[in-house]
Design a protein around this ligand. Structure first.
Ligand code: ADP
Ligand code: ZN
Ligand code: MG
Length: 498
């Protein structure tokens, strides 16, 4: 069978987090509002109204463009995209066509390449053709024989980001979306929440026999509102196109929808071309001159982006890149991690001074124990009531030998639930570690007396029993024995009398 190569380009719409809509003063935060309560003559398209450009939306578009390594236009023009649909009151959408705010950018995504080393992750550059600003449409609500229209969403600013046909597999498309979402969230320009419709994706996909220079005919898949839908629809579509070509048929350029329930793509319409939209410059808005000083000021305010943060964590703290990827995936988690590291380094009280706690230990506690608690409770980092200083205090207690790691986990459980301090919980739950050799030697002797058969078997060479006996001693101390002291005492008791 012929081998085929997959070509994918993505068009993503992200809702910008602005207070007001794109061209009027209505609140853009309509999520929980009753239908048609966030509307005015402008976004309802009553006759005689004029749009006014939302400065914050333009700023956020430029921020995104800079983060996506785009060239920012010196002059940008809004254009009318004409089409008729019941959720579009004006009969056209104000968008951008020939002169978008941002063009010719790129971002790097983790791509799995099939190299000699299997599944080796490698950074891959994906070209950004353009990023432009437009307005959202209203929403149709189908109720029995009727369709109702809700214009709360009409006129909400949307950032559209279009890639070059650079993606080569559904996995790469997924990786691109993940990275794009991460960047938009770091910038704070969009919640980029796919499940809630704040980020929507259209995927263009074609296949060609390996070695052929030209791209195959592409199909556009719309209505992708989850990462899973993007991946599954692309996998389905690639297989469908290959099957057509193998059967000697042609792929027809169409727009398809993803039928989630049945796991297949369905034709929505034959593809319209841009000529069908009769784009022309929006006569109600002047071309927008984008002053360089403004762009520079926005650039100066850009936050540290995920790649730069990850590189800094690796360089400054000697962390493993894979571990860092988990920490920087969410900006709030990365900030929390840094705050704990800094609290460990600059403790509020000298009693909390830590001698050997490296950032790596902090990273382990956060990605291990804290994430476990967050997952179990189904909450994000924002809901965690343990302050970085309180976290640092817990680590100091372990470092000082006041509690062992087991007890620290139990203390963390309590801190997570109640927000109380580690030292209070240690006192209340009696978690303080027993390091007193005399007390522990008594427990060791007791355990050896209780299990003579196991002791004999150990002394006959069954070394695995050491760990088991160690466990019995720890259990007898109700987990509070200092493991290092217990190990030494047990070793002495078992081996000296041999
Ligand atoms: P259209 O004019 O149909 O909107 P564009 O050239 O504007 O097409 O591209 C739209 C999207 O489709 C872009 O993301 C682009 O990278 C992608 N694309 C273009 N050609 C192909 C192709 N042959 N296969 C897959 N994706 C493609
Ligand atoms: Zn309005
Ligand atoms: Mg196009």
């Amino acid at each position: 069978m012929t081998h085929y190569e997959t070509i994918i380009g993505l068009e993503v719409h992200a809702q910008l987090l602005t207070e007001s809509k794109m061209f009027c003063g209505c609140s853009a935060d309509y999520a929980d509002a009753a239908p048609n309560t966030h509307v005015c003559p402008v976004c309802m398209a009553l006759p005689g109204v004029l749009p006014v450009i939302n400065r914050a939306a333009v700023e956020k578009t430029i921020m995104a463009g800079l983060a996506l390594n785009c060239t920012i236009a010196e002059e940008a023009v809004f254009a009318r995209k004409n089409y008729h649909y019941a959720d579009l009151p004006k009969g056209y959408q104000i968008s951008q066509y020939e002169l978008p705010f941002c063009r010719d950018g790129w971002i790097e995504v983790e791509a799995k390449v099939e190299a000699e080393v299997e599944a080796e992750a490698e950074a891959k550059r994906v070209g950004i053709t353009r990023a432009h600003l437009e307005e959202d449409t209203g929403k149709l609500v189908h109720a029995g024989a009727h369709s109702l229209v809700d214009l709360n969403r009409a006129g909400v600013p949307l950032l559209e980001i279009v890639t070059e046909p650079d993606l080569r597999s559904p996995e790469e498309a997924h990786a691109y979306l993940t990275r794009l979402q991460q960047i938009l969230r770091y910038l704070g320009v969009s919640s980029a929440d796919m499940e809630r419709g704040a980020m929507r994706c259209e995927a263009n996909v074609s296949v060609r026999p390996v070695g052929v220079g030209e791209f195959g005919t592409k199909v556009e898949v719309k209505n992708l509102n989850s990462f899973k839908a993007v991946r599954q629809s692309l996998e389905y579509e690639v297989a469908r196109q290959i099957a057509l070509l193998e059967a000697g048929e042609r792929v027809v350029q169409v727009t398809m929808g993803w039928d989630e329930a049945n796991g297949r793509t369905v034709v929505q319409r034959t593809k319209e071309s841009s000529a069908d939209y009769r784009y022309f410059p929006e006569p109600d808005l002047p071309p927008l001159v984008v002053e360089r000083a403004w762009v520079d000021a926005i650039a100066a305010r850009l936050p540290e982006l995920p790649d730069a943060k990850a590189a800094r964590f690796v360089a400054e703290m000697g962390l493993d890149p894979r571990e860092v990827a988990v920490l920087v995936a969410d900006r709030a988690v990365a900030n929390y991690f840094e705050a704990v590291v800094s609290a460990v380094r600059n403790p509020v009280s000298s009693r909390n001074r830590v001698s050997k706690y490296a950032p790596k230990t902090v990273a382990n506690w956060i990605t291990g124990e804290l994430f476990r608690l967050m997952n179990a409770a189904g909450v994000g980092i924002d809901a965690v009531q343990i302050t970085p200083a309180a976290f640092a205090e817990l680590l100091a207690l372990v470092d000082a030998g006041t509690i062992n790691v087991n007890s620290a986990r139990r203390a963390l459980d309590g801190m997570f639930e109640s927000g109380r301090r580690a030292s209070d919980l240690v006192a209340e739950l009696g978690l303080a570690q027993v390091s007193d050799a005399e007390a522990l030697a008594g427990v060791v002797a007791e355990v050896l007396n209780r299990y003579p058969a196991e002791v004999a078997s150990y002394r006959d060479g069954n070394e695995k029993l050491f760990g088991w006996l160690m466990g019995q001693v720890m259990r007898a101390t109700r987990g509070k024995g200092n493991p290092a002291v217990v190990r030494e005492l047990l070793d002495r008791a078992l081996n000296v009398q041999r």
